[in-house]
Design a protein around this ligand. Structure first.
Ligand SMILES: NC(=O)c1ccc[n+]([C@@H]2O[C@H](COP(=O)([O-])OP(=O)(O)OC[C@H]3O[C@@H](n4cnc5c(N)ncnc54)[C@H](OP(=O)(O)O)[C@@H]3O)[C@@H](O)[C@H]2O)c1
Length: 325
């Protein structure tokens, strides 16, 4: 992934800090590490990534030299990965759109988050010098299907598989509080990037002029542009007053019909091929209801109240940036 000029404005506030990142090879982890690595110390501008203000530890199931092992078989993490780190950013989890949902994939989606987060907290507990903060991924799936109800962090959990997974995932991360660690659960919206996720999958059909709304098109999609999400992660690290659930979304969620229209306009392509709900269900099974047809109108109240400023608050500018970088 090429360096995004907007990400270079992700400025650390003080001298070198160590961030341990799980899921470092994923869409968000790669962009986060790229942003942190592109901030070398002003005193040593030509030095390598680990000599700048941010020192990054990558925690992965397939470590290379200098990286830390996540043992997938036993769900254990080397406690040394967290020892002396200032912050842990926990992003790891089985991709929820990695295939048609069946019992075994759903189990992996759940276990990788619930047991995986348990493993993170166990390793945190064993570290001699513990990090001050754990920024743990969660998702707007927490809220379930809620039509056009405005949802903020005080809204109740929804129903369905993803809501149950997100609730259990957050409960596991909360266990780090017993070690004096500040915990932030980022309830992440649909991440917009051409490098992965929903937008990447939509680009080809839309470019071919085969795009269109899904189902009624009235369902709300709460989205976040990738570089804004990276800014939110850094903001969560840097804002001691921020704790608990934090909605990581843009301030202007849109309906699927509006999303379709804006993507068509940005790509200068027609969007005249709607996908009926039954066709989406036929193609994707249960996942269609959970990811495409479900409606959640989520607002970033805690982020805004804590002073976070979105670079891409509106969808057209976010899409243009996401598609170009
Ligand atoms: N992208 C979105 O639109 C979106 C929306 C809402 C929430 N989120 C959440 O944000 C987090 C990061 O998202 P992302 O898009 O970067 O995800 P991603 O691209 O799918 O990457 C997740 C990473 O997790 C690790 N992983 C995969 N399967 C695993 C398993 N079974 N057990 C343990 N680790 C596993 C992998 O790293 P290694 O192979 O290096 O171990 C992978 O690179 C995820 O938890 C995701 O659920 C993402």
């Amino acid at each position: 992934m090429a360096e995004d000029p907007h990400l270079s404005q992700v400025r650390p506030h003080r001298s070198q800090r160590t961030v341990a990142v799980t899921g470092a090879t994923g869409l968000v982890g790669t962009a986060l590490i790229c942003a942190l690595d592109s901030n070398p110390s002003p005193a040593t501008p030509s030095a390598g990534p680990d000599t700048g203000p941010w020192s990054v530890r990558r925690i992965t199931r397939k470590p290379r030299a200098g990286e830390f092992l996540w043992d997938a078989a036993s769900n254990q993490i080397d406690p040394a990965a967290f020892d002396g780190a200032d912050t842990v950013v926990h992003l790891a989890g089985e991709n929820i759109a990695g295939g048609r949902w069946n019992a075994s994939l759903k189990q992996r989606i759940q276990d990788s988050r619930v047991l995986g987060t348990r493993a993170v907290c166990a390793a945190l507990g064993k570290a001699n010098r513990r990090p001050a903060v754990l920024v743990a991924a969660s998702a707007i799936g927490f809220y379930g299907d809620r039509q056009d109800e405005e949802l903020d962090e005080s809204s109740a959990v929804g129903s369905g598989f993803l809501a149950e997974v997100c609730q259990a995932w957050e409960e596991e991360a909360r266990a780090a509080e017993q070690f004096g660690v500040r915990v932030v659960h980022l309830r992440i919206g649909v991440v917009l990037s051409r490098h992965g996720g929903a937008l990447q999958r939509m680009l080809l059909p839309f470019r071919l002029g085969l795009g269109g709304r899904v189902g009624s098109g009235k369902q709300y999609w709460s989205w976040v542009e990738l570089s804004d999400l990276i800014g939110m992660i850094v903001h969560a690290i840097d804002t001691p007053s921020l704790t608990g659930a934090v909605n990581a979304v843009a301030p202007q969620p849109v309906t699927n019909a509006e999303f379709t229209r804006d993507l068509g306009k940005v790509l200068k392509r027609p969007t005249v091929f709607p996908m009926p709900a039954f066709a989406a269900r036929l193609a994707l099974g249960e996942m269609a209801d959970a990811l495409l047809l479900s409606s959640s109108r989520v607002l970033p109240r805690k982020l805004v109240n804590s002073g976070f400023q979105h670079r891409f608050p509106d969808l057209p500018s976010a899409l243009r940036h996401a598609i170009q970088t």
